[in-house]
Structures are given as C-alpha cells and as structure tokens.
Design a protein. Structure first.
Length: 218
C-alpha cells in the first residue's frame, strides 16, 4: 500500500516514513502542504498521514482538497493539540482518524493498517491461495506450512499478487504500490524482486510471468 507522510518537522517525518517502510508500505514524504497537494495530484495514495499544523497551506486545507475530490484516500490527522474540540474539528473537516503528538510508533502503524482496511479496495489481513499463507498483521508468509524468509519488498509484492485473486498484476502497478516516488520508472527492480520471490516460493512454480503483461499467482 502507498502512504504519504506530510510533516514539517523533517526528523519526525523521516522517522515516521522509515517506521512505515519497515511495515512493507511504500512511503513518500512532503514537508509542507504545497508539496502534499502536488503529490496527491500525481499519485494515488491509500492513506495520508497529515500534520494539521503545517506552515503555509495548512493540513486542514489539504484535507478539504482530498474530501472535495471525493478521493478514496484515507486521512490520518496528526497534531500536538490534545483538546477534544480540536480532534472534533479535524474529524468534521473530513479526517478519518486522529493521532495526538507525542505518539507511539506502534500506534501509528496500527492506525495506518486499520485505515488501509477501509479503502475502496480493502486489505485482507490474512490471505491464503495456492498453498501460500500471507499474514499482514504478523508480517509472516508461508507455503505449505513452511515459513518464508522475505525482504520487505518481496513481502509487499507477494501481498499485491495475492490480493489480485489470480488476475495479472502489471510491473507498473507493482512499482506504483510497492516502491516510492524516488524509484526509477525504467528500473528492472520489479523483475529482480519477482525473480527472487519466485525462487523463495520454491517448487512447483506458483508465480507466473505473463509475457508483456505482468505477473500472477493463479
């Protein structure tokens, strides 16, 4: 799933992004509201972690823009204001959830996972297909009961393929969902990751390549 972190404190923004990447999310960062709006216009995000107290274009304005566009993107509003009235105002603007600073990073990832399950394409926490069991909550995967040792990207790619329910997923779609905006669109990263994942899934082969189209797990 693809996440945008919008936070004007660079150290906090970078730390939040790194934490969420460890959860196998693809994460982009914006340090201000203007940059956030530019990214929202280009990329489809599942969840935006949005600081309400941004300089210039505020978090409230960013949230209103998302709501006005009828976007399925979920908004997790973050603020230092702990008053109930402030939280109510944020939710009234259109935020889907609220997180008060300082917060535990475990709570951050739990709330992001919960919001991902409420997007237009719900994220199943546990998927079983073709002998493969993929558990998002525990970040574990196995085939025929044998655990798989996967990198974050391999785990995320496997999740996208399983969520497709046997249909083909293009390399472009995997690149958009699993990697962030800094990835070179002409890279062979997807092919290499799929190759390594296929090897780890073992025999008989279960991850198919559809030439010129993409990949699938039937």
């Amino acid at each position: 799933m693809r996440i945008l972190v919008v936070e004007d404190e660079p150290v906090l923004a970078d730390t939040m992004a790194e934490w969420l990447r460890r959860e196998s999310f693809a994460v982009d960062i914006s340090y201000d509201g203007e940059g956030a709006l530019e990214r929202i216009a280009v990329y489809d995000y599942d969840v935006i972690v949005l600081d309400r107290d941004l300089p210039g274009i505020s978090g409230d304005e960013v949230c209103r823009t998302i709501v006005a566009a009828a976007s399925p993107t979920r908004v997790l509003m973050v603020t230092a204001a702990s008053a109930v009235r402030s939280r109510v105002e944020g939710l009234a603007i259109g935020a889907d959830d609220y997180l008060v600073k300082p917060f535990a990073f475990l709570e951050l990832s739990a709330r992001v996972h919960a919001l991902c399950r409420r997007t237009s394409a719900p994220v199943a926490p546990l998927i079983e297909r073709s002998g493969i069991c993929w558990d998002a909550g525990r970040r574990e995967a196995s085939r025929d009961g044998v655990g798989l040792s996967l990198t974050n990207k391999e785990f995320a790619v496997l999740g996208e393929l399983l969520r497709a329910g046997g249909t083909v997923v293009s390399a472009e779609s995997l690149l958009d969902k699993v990697w962030d905006e800094h990835i070179d669109p002409f890279t062979n990263t997807v092919r290499v990751t799929v190759m390594k994942l296929r090897r780890k899934l073992g025999e008989p082969p279960v991850l198919e390549t559809v030439p010129g189209v993409g990949y699938r797990i039937p």
